[in-house]
Write a protein that binds this ligand. Structure first.
Ligand code: CP
Length: 308
C-alpha cells in the first residue's frame, strides 16, 4: 500500500498505483454497500464537513452517504444561510469549522484553486468536490471505476470525450486519470468550446483532438458526453443550440451507429435534447446511472484512504 496523501485536489498529483489502489478499495466498499446493513465503523468518531459553495446533487449526496456508511459524523455546510453571507472569508470559515472539530473537509467552489487555499489553512484532509473549470477528481475516479467494472480494463481503450470541454473540470480530471491508466483519449468539440488545442496536446501529448464527432466515434469503446455549461459560458461561443446539437449531440442516429458494447457516459446533470438524447441516455449500453451509484463507493474509498 502506498504512503497516504493528506489531500486529494486532483489526479495530476496521483500515480497510476495510487489510482489503482483507490479503485481496489472501491471494490471493497461496494461489497459493504451490498450488505443488508450498509455501514462499517471505520470512521466512527471522525467529523467530515461537506462545504458546498456551488450547487450539486450527486456529489454532495454521495459524499454524505459515503461518510455515513463509514459511521463518520457528517455536517453539511452551505454558503447560503451561513456567515459567508455576512462577508466571512473562505479562510476564516475553514478555521471556524476546524475549531468546531472538522477533521476532513469536502469542498465544492466556483473558483478554481479554492481547495488548495483551504488545504493551506486546515490541519486535516481536504477533498476537492469540484472547483471552477479546474478539477473534479472524485468524478474522474468514479468514471474510471465504472469503465473498469464494465470493460475489465482501461489500458488500450479508445475513450471519446465530447462536448463543452473548455469549461469542464470533469474533462481535465478524466484526462489525468485515463491517460495515467493507459487509455487513448480523443477530445471532440467545436473550436470555441475547446480553447487553444496546443494547451491540451502540450499537457497530454498522447491524446487526439477532433472537431468531427462522427469520425471521432469510429471504434470508440467509451463515449463520455459533457454538459453544455451555460452558467460558465460567455455569449457568442455557439451559433445556436440547434447547430451544436446537430454536430455534437449523441442523437438516436449516432446511437444506432455505435457498437452495442460502446459505453455511454455522462457525469450529469444532463441537458437532454441538447448534448444527449433520452434514447442514448437510457440505452442498454448507457452506464450513466451506474456512474451515480458508484459515486458512493468511490467516495467511501477515498475517505477511508485519506483517513489512513
Ligand atoms: N457530476 C456532478 O458533479 O454532479 P453534481 O453537480 O450533481 O454533483
Amino acid at each position: 500500500m502506498s504512503r497516504r496523501r493528506r489531500h486529494v485536489i486532483d489526479l495530476d498529483e496521483m500515480t497510476a498505483a495510487e489510482i489503482e489502489e483507490i479503485l481496489e478499495l472501491t471494490e471493497s466498499m461496494k461489497e459493504v454497500l451490498a450488505r443488508e446493513i450498509k455501514q462499517v465503523p471505520t470512521l466512527r468518531g471522525r467529523t467530515v464537513v461537506n462545504m458546498f459553495f456551488e450547487d450539486s446533487t450527486r456529489t454532495r449526496i454521495s459524499f454524505e452517504l459515503a461518510a455515513k456508511a463509514l459511521s463518520a459524523n457528517v455536517v453539511s455546510f452551505s454558503a447560503r444561510g451561513s456567515s459567508v453571507e455576512k462577508g466571512e472569508s473562505l479562510i476564516d470559515t475553514v478555521r471556524t469549522l476546524q475549531a468546531l472539530g472538522a477533521e476532513m473537509v469536502v469542498i465544492r467552489h466556483s473558483q478554481a484553486g479554492a481547495p488548495y487555499l483551504v488545504a493551506q489553512h486546515f490541519a486535516g484532509a481536504v477533498i476537492n468536490a469540484g472547483d471552477g473549470r479546474h478539477a473534479h477528481p472524485t468524478q474522474a475516479l468514479l468514471d474510471l471505476f465504472t469503465i473498469r467494472e464494465r470493460l475489465d480494463r482501461i489500458r488500450g481503450l479508445k475513450v471519446v470525450i465530447v462536448g463543452d470541454i473548455l469549461h469542464s473540470r470533469v474533462a481535465r480530471s478524466d484526462l489525468w486519470g485515463l491517460t495515467r491508466l493507459g487509455a487513448h483519449v480523443t477530445l471532440c468539440a467545436p473550436p470555441t468550446l475547446l480553447g487553444p488545442a496546443h494547451f491540451w496536446t502540450a499537457t497530454w501529448p498522447q491524446i487526439s483532438i477532433s472537431h468531427r464527432l462522427d469520425e471521432a466515434l469510429e471504434g470508440a469503446d467509451v463515449v463520455m458526453v459533457l454538459r453544455l455549461q451555460k452558467e460558465r459560458m460567455q455569449a457568442g461561443l455557439l451559433p445556436s443550440l440547434r447547430e451544436y446539437s446537430r454536430a455534437y449531440a449523441l442523437t438516436p442516429e449516432r446511437l444506432e451507429r455505435l457498437g452495442a458494447e460502446t459505453l455511454i457516459m455522462h457525469p450529469g446533470p444532463m441537458n437532454e435534447g441538447v448534448e444527449i438524447w433520452p434514447e442514448a441516455a437510457t440505452a442498454p449500453n448507457s452506464v450513466i446511472e451506474a456512474q451515480v451509484t458508484n459515486g458512493v463507493a468511490v467516495r467511501m474509498a477515498l475517505l477511508y484512504w485519506l483517513a489512513g
